[in-house]
Design a protein. Structure first.
Length: 125
């Protein structure tokens, strides 16, 4: 009986904890305000530093499959990027490519690997 009571209390605490993130009724749009805190990430090796292009950041590496179905990653010498968007015909596992776009480190994903990278263009090589 005590185990059941503990489980019930824990379930209620989890349910109430989710209410803390609900939208503020005083907000005109009904949206909750979210503040992002900067995160520290390790400094990549020089060969893995993305180069700035006119339309974003360019990164080169090999396309590999992720552990989750449908997830493609770009493996560079020092960083693993989760490829979001882009031409899937050009992004095939085993190919070496250069992608241009922008890193999205705060983006949530079901892939659970790599730094999300929003791809705007893909070049072979």
């Amino acid at each position: 009986m005590a185990v059941r009571s503990v489980f019930l209390v824990a379930a209620c605490a989890l349910a109430l904890g989710g209410c803390a993130a609900s939208p503020s009724p005083s907000s005109p749009s009904g949206a909750a305000s979210v503040s992002a805190s900067p995160s520290l990430s390790p400094v990549p090796s020089l060969s893995a530093v993305p180069s700035r292009a006119a339309s974003g950041v360019s990164v080169s590496g090999e396309v590999v499959e992720g552990v989750e179905p449908g997830c493609l990653l770009l493996r560079t010498s020092g960083t693993l990027y989760l490829l979001i968007g882009g031409d899937r015909a050009a992004l095939q596992a085993g190919k070496r490519v250069t992608v241009t776009g922008s890193p999205q480190p705060g983006m949530m994903s079901t892939c659970q690997q790599g730094t999300p990278f929003q791809v705007t263009s893909v070049r072979s090589g």
